[in-house]
Design a protein around this ligand. Structure first.
Ligand code: NAD
Length: 487
């Protein structure tokens, strides 16, 4: 079995303990990962704290930090294929998607490299003639970045990139499921020349490594991506260190199709929105709301397209849907789908665990019209689409907003005024009109409600890794007047 090392204070280590990583395509262990313990976390946080306050990092200019980030971006781009192969092996995500996504991850690092020396302070037109007052933007401190298994390189880039641009240091906790590519990223960070301790990457379990990290007194900010249940735990953990938090959580995103839409194009977007990445995507468009007059036609187009999806080994370039990442995930999805069918949902296609090795699950469509189904209510994080029909715009909107989540929404219509009306009223942090599942380093991303708080991507994300220091300078040579009056 291949053995991986985690990265603490510029050194690669096997760690005090280890765990097996499972290949989701075969269900068999293939690698040994370090299982970080409290002592490992303590050392990593200490190293990040030291790197923040002493040594070359705090003295480096913002332009210098940007240059290191550019170097990292180039290394990610040069090693994209190797990183993609590792992610595919360890998470089951298809090679077609991992290679394209990781090549694009390099652009996220480039974006934040360019931003490093554009994070500016300000000079205030203060209302006192003998004072000069300015604001310095300083790094917020040591950041704990905690990511889930899907798209770890991407989800960590939107944390590591802006945090380093702002001058922070980090302890990154990879997911216990599929962490291999994150440990390879650590090698590239090392090769790029970041000083020891600036970025530390640990692998371990949530309840030991993750909990200890996020409650650690040395942490100033927690950047978390994962499920709402864990987010609640993280907020409780942060009561220990009073760290600020940004939370990118799940979704149950509506995908609304009106009868004037280009149905062929909408169907392609819907297939991408729910079956790409085998549905393991926070923005999965898992609730289809389709106008009643085109419902049957649209479901038939989806069925035909779903039948053509090539399911297979994630390493095969022809594969369009690979396995789920974990057996646990396969079981959760199966339970919800079975229960929903028992409750009256009509399986248009899919809905049964295939009889083969690995954690596969087929593309599934449940017609949930007039049915209370758990698959409609809950984020399954799998390739399960639930459909309901509507007859008016108001009804579509009411159904779309009838969820505690608020991450993403898709609207398919050729009626421009209707699209604008819906954008204003829909509860989602990202709205795609006549497209779906598009992202960019330039565009902020995030949600509200059970989907979390804060935004990743874009300029503001880098500012979120800074804190403001207000500096007052008295410019008068006269003695300070009445000391008993606040100035
Ligand atoms: P999860 O919440 O179980 O785990 C996420 C990370 O948190 C893992 O690294 C885990 O080890 C860690 N963790 C678990 N318990 C912890 C604790 N007590 N303290 C600190 N850390 C802890 O999520 P998951 O099941 O791995 O991932 C799926 C979830 O992630 C879904 O809900 C999905 O929607 C969400 N997600 C959101 C986005 C987004 O950007 N909004 C992107 C991808 C995934």
């Amino acid at each position: 079995m291949q053995r991986f090392q985690h990265y603490i204070d510029g050194t690669f280590e096997f760690g005090l303990d280890s765990f097996e990583s499972i290949d989701p395509a075969s269900g068999k262990p293939w690698a040994l990962m370090p299982r970080a313990q409290a002592e490992d976390v303590d050392r990593a946080v200490l190293a990040a704290g030291m790197a923040l306050s002493s040594g070359p990092w705090p003295d480096m200019t913002a332009t210098g930090r940007g240059k290191l980030l550019y170097r990292l971006a180039d290394l990610v781009a040069q090693n994209a294929q190797r990183l993609a192969e590792l992610e595919t092996r360890d998470t089951g995500k298809i090679i077609r998607e991992t290679s394209a996504q990781i090549a694009y991850v390099a652009d996220y690092y480039r974006y934040y490299a360019g931003l490093a020396d554009k994070i500016e302070g300000a000079h205030l037109p203060i209302d006192k003639p003998d004072m000069d007052v300015w604001l310095r933007r300083e790094p917020i401190g040591v950041v704990a970045a905690v990511v889930p298994w899907n798209s770890q390189l991407f989800l960590s880039a939107v944390k590591i990139g802006p945090a380093l641009a702002a001058g922070c240091t980090l302890v990154v906790k990879a997911s216990e499921d599929g962490p291999a590519p994150m440990l390879e990223l650590a090698r590239l960070i090392h090769e790029a020349g970041f000083p020891a301790g600036v970025v530390n990457i640990l692998t371990g379990f949530g309840d030991e490594c993750g909990a200890h990290l996020t409650s650690h007194r040395g942490i100033s900010h927690i950047a978390f991506t994962g499920g709402p249940q864990t987010a609640r735990q993280i907020i409780r953990n942060s009561a220990e260190n009073l760290a600020s938090t940004s939370l990118e959580l799940g979704g149950k995103s509506p995908f609304i199709v009106f009868d004037d839409a280009d149905l062929e194009s909408a169907a392609n977007a819907q297939i991408a929105g729910i079956f790409a990445a085998t549905g393991q995507s926070c923005v999965a468009g898992s609730r289809l709301l389709v106008q009643a007059s085109v419902k049957e036609r649209f479901l038939t187009i989806l069925k035909n397209k779903a039948e053509d999806i090539i399911i297979g080994l994630p390493q095969d370039n022809a594969t369009e849907m690979g396995p789920l990442c974990t057996k646990r995930q396969q079981q959760v999805i199966d339970t919800h789908v079975r229960q929903s069918i028992m409750d009256g949902a009509d399986p248009v296609f899919g809905g049964t665990v295939p009889d083969r090795a690995g954690y596969f699950y087929p593309p599934t469509l449940l017609d949930c019209d007039h049915v209370e189904a758990s698959a409609w209510e809950n984020e399954l994080f799998g390739p399960v689409l639930c459909a309901r029909s509507f007859s008016s715009e108001d009804e579509a909107l009411a159904m779309a907003n009838d969820t505690p989540y608020g991450l993403a929404a898709g609207i398919f219509t050729n009626n421009l005024t209707r699209a604008h009306r819906l954008v204003r009223r829909i509860n989602a942090g990202v709205v795609w009109i006549n497209t779906y599942r598009a992202v960019s380093p330039i565009a902020p991303f995030g949600g509200s409600g059970l989907s979390g708080q804060g935004r990743e991507g874009g300029l503001q994300a880098a500012l979120d890794y800074t804190k403001i220091k207000t500096v007052w300078l008295r410019t008068s040579d006269e003695p300070i007047p009445d000391p008993f009056v606040m100035r």
